[in-house]
Write a protein that binds this ligand. Structure first.
Ligand SMILES: *Cc1c(COP(=O)(O)O)cnc(C)c1O
Length: 476
């Protein structure tokens, strides 16, 4: 028998992974480092003869691990970065180990069926229409792209134009409505789809950055022909959800007036609220809309990279994504070819990871995880509000907290907020990131890691207040 080559590598990986994971609760959450320091640490020597695999893995661990940000520590609240559920992590290792090309059912029936089950579970858990089609993609960006590609094809087909066959030149103009200051992945998707940005219509939002229904009605009213409306479940700054019921009413009326209409929901942050009894109220009317995107690597706590594109129009979804080629073995009775539902061709079986995390949590466990993230965000907000060193700007209906630090005197408040955030990052107990919202600088907290607990929040609040005090004192 041939000696398997994987033994020593597996040992090197296990040792490195265990040491890293064990360090998470206490390690600094972020390495304060310059690019030059990282470059010095990483061996930049491509030799002629190379190195044994286990040596490369051990060397990477040694050189790079000190510069890894502790996203999974429970104390990382920057951007919107989820942690990793242990079942998802384990399944992800298996997916890498099996190394399946999960483009089609034929070469890999096992993972294709697991993805089919994961897709069905998601549709059920989110209370979406039973016919909803699902594509597992690399993230929210590609989920938005996939859904909007289906939207583009659908509204144009209903206007007598086959965009998949004839392209955009000569096509009826598609009206696209987006939120003012919506997430940047939506304009990028529109750009990639040839819909451009110059003709996009902006809809005004209220103080929580929810679509203003009056503005939406007035924007829609004069429009003729195919129309796409882009909405959000979980705004990047406030975590707010758009009023889907009212939006669905307006979309239905516009459609009834003879204009093909599709409403998309960017739910990268908040779509999972629909799986929780306590937070479902935020998503009222959601299932009446046409497409929904979400992220696995945010609140669902799968490893990177994982997004989900869902539509209530499987034919439009498939028409936008599927490819035919003579050398492929496609379709057949009762078969789901993953490639029909996502823009990737060769791809890893990332849906298996969704299966694993849902199977491990169960229905109630998933709801508990979502509720807990929102509870911890409220705990942050309550403690920060009580401190009188800062104000909390948003309602904290879900997992995002928008904070403005109050300077001690007539100092520049924007500059003071940036200084406090820099001090918090340097302190490395917690990681936070900033945002510019309505022309002012804010600190934004995003609670998205199942590893976060009450102690983490309390400890991080103490550190944040201490950092703010130090910045106040430093310039007083
Ligand atoms: C993160 C995010 C995206 C993009 O998702 P990626 O997974 O980073 O591609 C889109 N929309 C919103 C609201 C987000 O928060």
């Amino acid at each position: 028998m041939r000696t398997p080559a994987h033994g020593p590598v597996l040992d090197a990986v296990t040792t490195a992974a265990r040491r890293y994971l064990d360090s998470l609760p206490d390690r600094p959450v972020f390495p304060v480092v310059t690019p030059a320091e990282v470059r010095r640490a990483v061996v930049d020597e491509l030799t002629v003869d190379g190195l044994p695999a286990e040596q490369v893995v051990a060397e990477l661990d040694r050189a790079v691990e000190p510069f890894v940000a502790a996203h999974g520590s429970g104390r990382y609240f920057g951007f919107v970065i989820g942690g990793t559920h242990p079942a998802a992590w384990g399944a992800d290792l298996l997916v890498s180990t099996w190394d399946q090309n999960a483009a089609l059912y034929a070469p890999t029936p096992g993972v294709a069926v697991v993805e089919e089950i994961a897709a069905r579970w998601l549709v059920e858990l989110l209370n979406l229409p039973p016919q909803t089609s699902v594509g597992f993609v690399t993230g929210g960006q590609m989920a938005n792209l996939t859904c909007l590609a289906a939207a583009r094809g659908h509204v144009l087909r209903e206007s007598g134009w086959d965009v998949e066959a004839d392209g955009l030149p000569g096509a009826p103009r598609v009206n696209v409505l987006v939120k003012a200051d919506g997430h940047s992945t939506v304009p990028r998707a529109l750009r990639l789809l040839g819909l451009g940005m110059r003709n996009v219509l902006e809809v005004a939002c209220d103080d929580e950055h929810r679509i203003d229904v009056v503005s939406l009605r007035e924007t829609l009213q004069p429009l003729q022909g195919p129309t796409i409306i882009c909405t959000e479940a979980g705004n990047i700054n406030t975590g707010a959800f758009d009023p889907f019921e009212e939006i669905a009413d307006l979309a239905d009326a516009h459609r009834a007036a003879g204009h093909p209409t599709w409403t998309h929901v960017d739910g990268a942050i908040g779509l999972l609220a629909a799986a929780s009894e306590a937070h479902r109220v935020l998503t009222r009317g959601l299932a009446r809309l046409d497409s929904w995107s979400t992220d696995g690597h945010k609140l669902l706590n799968t490893p990177y990279d994982l997004g989900v594109a869902m539509t209530r129009h499987p034919a439009a979804h498939r028409a936008a994504m599927s490819v035919q080629a003579s050398y492929l073995i496609q379709g057949g009775e009762d078969i789901r070819d993953p490639m029909d539902w996502n823009p990737e061709f060769s791809r890893r079986a990332r849906g298996v990871v969704v299966y694993a995390v849902l199977r491990s949590l169960g229905r109630a466990g998933l709801a508990r995880m979502i509720d807990r993230l929102a509870d911890l965000a409220r705990r942050f907000a309550d403690q920060l509000r009580a401190s009188d060193g800062c104000t909390v700007l948003n309602e904290v209906a879900f997992n995002q907290v928008l904070v403005r630090w109050v300077p001690p005197d007539d100092r520049d408040a924007d500059r003071f907020n940036d200084q406090v955030m820099a001090a918090i990052q340097a302190d490395a107990t917690a990681f936070v990131s900033g945002t510019t919202w309505r022309g002012q600088r804010y600190m934004r907290l995003s609670v998205a890691d199942q590893a976060t607990d009450e102690q983490d929040v309390d400890r991080c609040v103490v550190a944040m207040l201490r950092c703010a005090d130090e910045v106040r004192g430093a310039e007083a």
